[in-house]
Design a protein around this ligand. Structure first.
Ligand SMILES: Nc1ncnc2c1ncn2[C@@H]1O[C@H](COP(=O)(O)OP(=O)(O)OP(=O)(O)O)[C@@H](O)[C@H]1O
Length: 595
């Protein structure tokens, strides 16, 4: 019986932490209220004895004889009233305890649900970034938006199963004390019903996993409809997308139908089996000559036991039906098979001399047979200088940014910051030294002010100054709400060039030791870009800048240039030494020593 509760208990243990100490209270309240219920039912024996005018207590034994002694010495009328009063008092007290337990389990359920959602968000924030390069976003969205709720429901079911199990144990104990022969008969019947139920419940696991997997596909299609709205319309793919969405949605419907039909068959089947057992117990009790009041008390106890047994069996089948959801939530919460976040504990404050790439090789995880992205890359970024990193599309420029930000780690070689391996530096401290403005980093859904000051305690004056430096202030001022303008989801209400300038202001407001611009101005008009280049020149000698661009004008102010090609560093030189070369010539430029 306990096995069925295991997934719920594991989740309870993983997510509840300190709240777990409330579980004994749930058990105690469950036991106490069931004991009161059993005692109330037991008092039926003397009541029926009085009503039937049967004073003969011979043939009663154990607990039934004890119940029969209640109110002895009183006359029949007084005794009947006293016992009825006692039964009412027991029922009231039992329901007070049951209510207290309901409040307690609801409290624990709420805490558990919150803890599951909180643990999921915590995991998504702490997990190593390569996880997001490999996992299907639809699967993750489905876990957070769907499966986590089912996991919460599983926790609630585990709690109510505890309460039902307590009641069942106590009521079975009362049955045993009334007649061990009849209890043996009933217990054997209950085991057989449970076996039949377990066999049917086991068939729910497969459909449950199907529902989870089809839900993930549907979530991916939903994400696609939301993100690719322009693409779909411009290529006239509405019908195709509608059909793909409907297919995914219908697959969820069909899988859900199979699961729910199987689950739906269990309650009627259980009810029929329990009723048969109930009737068989009554008939066999009469056949073996059990006394009438005892039969009535036994039948009432059995009647009260049935809903608890049925609820326990339903909990079992619900767990099987949620097994897919529980597996998904536990998979996401399990850190053992996930990329680790970057580690390191050495402090870092600014950049003193240089960043060096020392024979750095890298291939994206899960990219299979695809060629290595960086192969034994050697180059340096001098402190206080601006370094352009150029190369044809796919040469590995953004990968260098990913390595510098420690989103990914080198497979071989190392990156040194002032001679200290980057892998040993505290990643959070290192990231405070850098700021990135990139075509890939989106804006948050908030005001322009919130976007520019994101991750930085900046005053309004500092925000405005950064916006001026990024050539954003003039267009922001033209908005009726100025810096209070809400940019919408991913900055949808702004032009690409406006988004880029706000992202640049967000990087500049940090005044970082190392500023990384990855195609950060490619959507900005020429005049604005020229002004931004002037801003970047002002950092010269004071701060370090890394510029990635395909435009000659954007890298014109740089001191050094690193050329990437075919997974290798083709050359590193002073930009002034190759100033006469066009961009295409620079892409092919190979330093003699590096050939
Ligand atoms: N998440 C990923 N998984 C597998 N391969 C990837 C991944 N991201 C990039 N790559 C591969 O790594 C190589 C380098 O990509 P990267 O984005 O660094 O190029 P890039 O020089 O910045 O290109 P561009 O100028 O087009 O932005 C490419 O061949 C690309 O296909």
């Amino acid at each position: 019986m306990l096995r069925m509760l295991v997934p719920g208990f594991q989740l309870l243990r993983d997510t509840l932490g300190r709240q777990l100490r409330l579980l004994p209270a749930v058990v105690l309240l469950g036991l106490a209220s069931a004991t009161l219920e059993g005692a109330g039912i037991g008092l039926i024996i003397p009541m029926l004895g009085i009503i039937a005018g049967n004073d003969d207590t011979s043939g009663l034994s154990g607990i039934s004889a004890l119940f029969e002694q209640v109110g002895e010495g009183l006359d029949d009328g007084e005794r009947l009233l006293a016992i009825a009063g006692a039964v009412l008092a027991l029922i009231c007290l039992k329901n007070v305890l049951a209510f207290a337990n309901a409040v307690l389990t609801t409290f624990i359920y709420g805490k558990a649900s919150h803890a599951i959602r909180s643990a999921l968000s915590d995991q998504l924030l702490r997990i190593g970034y390569p996880f997001f390069l490999q996992e299907n976003p639809g699967r993750l969205l489905n876990i957070i938006s769907n499966e986590s709720w089912r996991a919460s429901d599983a926790v609630q079911t585990a709690l109510s199963a505890i309460v039902h199990a307590c009641a069942a144990v106590i009521l079975l104990a009362f049955l045993l004390l009334l007649s061990w022969q009849m209890t043996l008969f009933v217990a054997t019947g209950l085991v057989l019903v449970q076996l039949a139920h377990a066999a049917l419940s086991a068939t729910l696991k497969g459909p449950s996993r199907d529902v989870t997997s089809y839900n993930s596909e549907l979530a991916a299609r939903m994400l696609h409809l939301v993100h690719a709205g322009r693409l779909i319309r411009v290529f006239g793919q509405e019908d195709r997308e509608k059909s793909a969405f409907d297919t995914a949605s219908d697959a969820v419907r069909r899988a859900g139908f199979v699961l729910q039909t199987r689950q739906g068959a269990l309650p009627p089947l259980t009810e029929v089996l329990h009723s048969a057992l109930f009737l068989a117990a009554v008939v066999s009790a009469w056949l073996v000559g059990v006394r009438f009041p005892v039969i009535v008390a036994f039948v009432v106890l059995l009647y009260r036991l049935q809903p608890h047994m049925r609820a326990l069996q339903m909990s079992w089948s619900q767990f099987q039906g949620w097994s897919g959801s529980l597996e998904e939530v536990r998979w996401l919460l399990d850190s053992s098979d996930k990329p680790k976040p970057p580690s390191g504990s050495l402090p870092v404050e600014g950049l003193g001399e240089r960043i060096e790439f020392e024979r750095v090789s890298f291939r994206y995880p899960g990219s299979g047979a695809r060629t290595i992205v960086l192969h034994a890359a050697n180059f340096e970024i001098r402190s206080g200088c601006s370094t352009a990193i150029i190369g044809r599309s796919g040469a590995g420029k953004t990968t260098i940014v990913n390595l510098l930000c420690r989103f990914v780690e080198p497979d071989e070689g190392r990156i040194l910051v002032d001679g200290v391996p980057l892998s040993e530096i505290d990643p959070a401290q290192w990231r405070r030294q850098i700021a990135v403005a990139s075509q890939d980093l989106e804006l948050v859904d908030g005001t322009i002010l919130e976007n520019i000051s994101y991750g930085q305690h900046a005053t309004f004056a500092e925000v405005e100054r950064a916006a001026r430096l990024a050539e954003a202030h003039s267009f922001i001022e033209q908005f009726p709400e100025g810096y209070g303008t809400v940019v919408g989801y991913r900055g949808a209400s702004l032009s690409a060039g406006q988004r880029q300038r706000i992202a640049l202001a967000r990087a500049l407001v940090r005044d970082p030791a190392v500023l990384i611009l990855d195609e950060a101005t490619n959507a900005v008009d020429g005049l604005s870009e020229a002004a931004i280049v002037e801003t970047l020149k002002l950092r010269a000698g004071r701060r370090t800048t890394i510029v990635i661009s395909h435009h000659r004008s954007t890298i014109s102010f740089c001191d050094d240039i690193v050329v990437l090609g075919s997974g290798r560093v083709k050359s590193q030189s002073r930009l002034s030494d190759v100033a006469s070369l066009t961009m295409d010539q620079l892409y092919e430029h190979e330093a003699p020593a590096m050939r």
